[in-house]
Design a protein around this ligand. Structure first.
Ligand SMILES: NC(=O)C1=CN([C@@H]2O[C@H](COP(=O)(O)OP(=O)(O)OC[C@H]3O[C@@H](n4cnc5c(N)ncnc54)[C@H](O)[C@@H]3O)[C@@H](O)[C@H]2O)C=CC1
Ligand SMILES: O=C([O-])CC(=O)C(=O)O
Length: 336
């Protein structure tokens, strides 16, 4: 079930299906950055997008002028630093890659103090101008930024937990690609569900639920899980101070946005992992958790349980929960 829908989801951006209704107003916050620019390009190509507003504290009008010449039907507009509210006017989907990225030697949590205030301020404006929009948070540490945005909406009296998403799609993309490389298959046939959160040990790929991974055991399995959990570090190290994943993240962000657009448009069975307000481990003090969610006209339509896990996956899950609890508490504490 998941395998089919995830394969469809992952291939949908590549195919740029032309049958979709062009009906979604999208705003990108942080559109001038390493992720924001290629993400804006991919959103310009998405047939669901009607209007694409690009905002950043620097450079968004230039990116917008450039992207707007592409001959797809959506209308693109750029906004200056002091035009945040205008950029958010009428938004139905807001995608947020605003904030600083890592340098070698840093953890995602090291970004907290800078990015927490960026997310607080952007969420405050979004809650005021476009309170019913679906907001997709890419900014790290995602595990803490989603609780911060949620609390901002709560305080503004407009909190709808079905409309706030932490984008963990890059973990799905990596797990799927790395597995495909090992088993020599097309990644379209090896989609992997990844649950938990988006940093190190909070990332839990469920390879036991993908038949193609059946032969990967012992040290090879541990190595594969480690590569998924720390794939971000590989890119940070290779970029040697010039930032973290931008192109694969833009692809992942556009893929998630496309799934959301399809769900909002009423397509059935659009299922993909995302880090959302979740009842799965609420009783253990973990209010947010990434698992497969079904997307629909109201955002999150259904949160799927994890399904059967192996003993090894249970161990990884335990470590993930410990990490998540701290990350979530830290997010909430920022606004107290
Ligand atoms: N969720 C995920 O899987 C991933 C998340 N990330 C995170 O995405 C974020 C952005 O990464 P990059 O694009 O590489 O960084 P970047 O530095 O290239 O771009 C960030 C952009 O945000 C803008 N910005 C900063 N404060 C802003 C504000 N208050 N309002 C609007 N724009 C603002 C900057 O001007 C800049 O253009 C980082 O926090 C990074 O860690 C990166 C990769 C994967
Ligand atoms: O590693 C980072 O800092 C960026 C990120 O979240 C990723 O690539 O998964």
């Amino acid at each position: 079930m998941f395998a089919r829908s995830a394969a469809r989801q992952l291939s949908s951006v590549r195919q740029f299906s032309s049958s979709a209704a062009r009906n979604t107003n999208v705003t990108v916050l942080g559109a001038g950055g390493g992720i924001g620019q290629p993400l804006s390009l991919l959103l310009k190509l998405d047939p669901h997008v009607k209007r694409l507003n690009l905002y950043d504290i620097r450079g968004a009008p230039g990116v917008a002028a450039d992207v707007s010449h592409i001959d797809s039907a959506s209308e693109v507009k750029g906004f200056e630093a002091d035009q945040l509210e205008a950029a958010l006017e009428g938004a139905e989907v807001i995608v947020v890659p605003a904030g600083v990225p890592r340098k070698p030697g840093m953890s995602r949590d090291d970004l907290f103090s800078t990015n927490a205030s960026v997310i607080r301020d952007l969420a405050t404006a979004a809650a005021r101008v476009a309170p019913k929009a679906n907001i997709c948070i890419i900014t790290n540490p995602v595990n803490s930024m989603v609780p911060i945005a949620s609390r901002v909406y709560e305080k503004a009296g407009v909190y709808d937990p079905k409309r706030i998403f932490g984008v963990s799609t890059l973990d799905v993309v990596r797990a799927t690609r790395f597995l495909a490389g090992i088993v020599g298959q097309d990644p379209a046939n090896t989609p992997v569900t990844v649950v938990g959160g988006h940093s190190g040990e909070t990332i839990v790929p469920l390879f036991s639920q993908q038949a193609a991974a059946a032969g990967i055991t012992g040290e090879a399995y541990k190595k594969l899980v480690h590569r998924v959990q720390f794939g971000g570090d590989e890119v940070v190290q290779a970029k040697a101070g010039a930032g973290s994943a931008t192109l694969s993240m833009a692809y992942a962000g556009a893929t998630f946005a496309n799934a959301l657009f399809r769900g909002l448009a009423g397509e059935k069975g659009v299922i993909t992992p995302s880090y959302v307000r979740s009842p799965l481990f609420e009783s253990e003090g973990i209010d947010f958790f990434a698992s497969n969610i079904e997307l629909g006209p109201n955002g999150v339509e259904k949160i799927h349980s994890l399904g059967e896990l192996t003993a090894e996956e249970q161990e990884y899950l335990k470590a993930a929960k410990d990490g998540l609890k701290k990350n979530i508490q830290k997010g909430f504490a920022f606004l107290e």
